[in-house]
Design a protein around this ligand. Structure first.
Ligand code: PRP
Length: 183
C-alpha cells in the first residue's frame, strides 16, 4: 500500500501552530470583550473553518451557541469559480441574535458577501465577520472582514482546515503547497 504523507507536499510553512494559537488567543480575547454580557450565535463556515472555529470558541469566555453552515465555490481548483453553492444551512434561528460568522480565509470575498447578505435577510441583531486569513488582493470593491488573524500575500495556502482538492486540511500549520502538487 502506498503511504502518502501530506507534509511532503509542503513547500514552506507560513504560520506555525504556535503562531496560530497565539493569534487565535488574541482574537478570542477581543471577541470576549465585544460580546461581554451577550450570548452570540457563533457560525462556522464548513469545511475550511472547522479547526479555527473550535479553537476560537474555546478562547472566548462568554455564553454562546454554535451552529454550522457549509458553502462551496472552489470545486477542486485554486481560484474561486465565482458561484457559491449553499451546501448546508444553519439550524438555529438567528432573528434578533448577535451572529458571528467564522471563516478560515477571505480571498475573492464572494463567499463572505454571499453569507452576510443571506444572514441579513434573517433579521439578526448584528453580523460580525471573523477570518483567520485575509488575502491581500488588489480589489478595492472586495467585501471586507471585521476581524482577521493574519494578512497573507496572494498565495494558495493549505493546512489548519484549508484544503487543495479536499486534502491537506489536517496539517497542523498553514503552509504553501509545492507547485507540482497542483499543476
Ligand atoms: C473556501 C474557504 C472560504 C472561501 C473563501 O471554501 O473555506 O469559505 O473558499 O474564498 P472566497 O473569498 O474567494 O470566496 P471552499 O469553497 O473551498 O469550501 P471548503 O471550505 O469546504 O474548502
Amino acid at each position: 500500500m502506498l503511504i502518502r504523507s501530506a507534509k511532503e507536499d509542503v513547500k514552506y510553512i507560513m504560520f506555525t501552530r504556535e503562531q496560530i494559537a497565539a493569534r487565535v488567543r488574541e482574537l478570542g480575547k477581543e471577541l470576549t470583550e465585544k460580546f461581554r454580557g451577550e450570548t452570540p450565535l457563533m457560525v462556522c463556515v464548513l469545511r475550511g473553518a472547522a479547526f479555527f472555529f473550535t479553537d476560537l470558541c474555546r478562547e472566548m469566555d462568554c455564553m454562546m451557541d454554535m451552529d454550522f453552515i457549509a458553502a462551496s465555490s472552489y470545486f477542486h481548483g485554486t481560484k474561486s469559480s465565482g458561484t457559491i453553492r449553499l451546501v448546508k444551512d444553519v439550524s438555529i434561528d438567528m432573528e434578533n441574535r448577535h451572529v458571528v460568522l467564522v471563516e478560515d480565509i477571505i480571498d475573492s470575498g464572494l463567499t463572505l458577501e454571499y453569507l452576510v447578505k443571506l444572514f441579513e435577510t434573517r433579521n439578526p441583531k448584528s453580523v460580525t465577520t471573523v477570518a483567520l486569513l485575509d488575502k491581500e488582493v488588489n480589489k478595492p470593491e472586495r467585501f471586507n472582514v471585521d476581524y482577521y488573524g493574519f494578512k497573507i500575500p496572494d498565495k494558495f495556502v493549505i493546512g489548519y482546515g484549508l484544503d487543495y482538492a479536499d486534502y491537506y486540511r489536517n496539517l497542523p500549520y498553514i503552509a504553501v503547497i509545492k507547485e507540482e502538487c497542483y499543476q
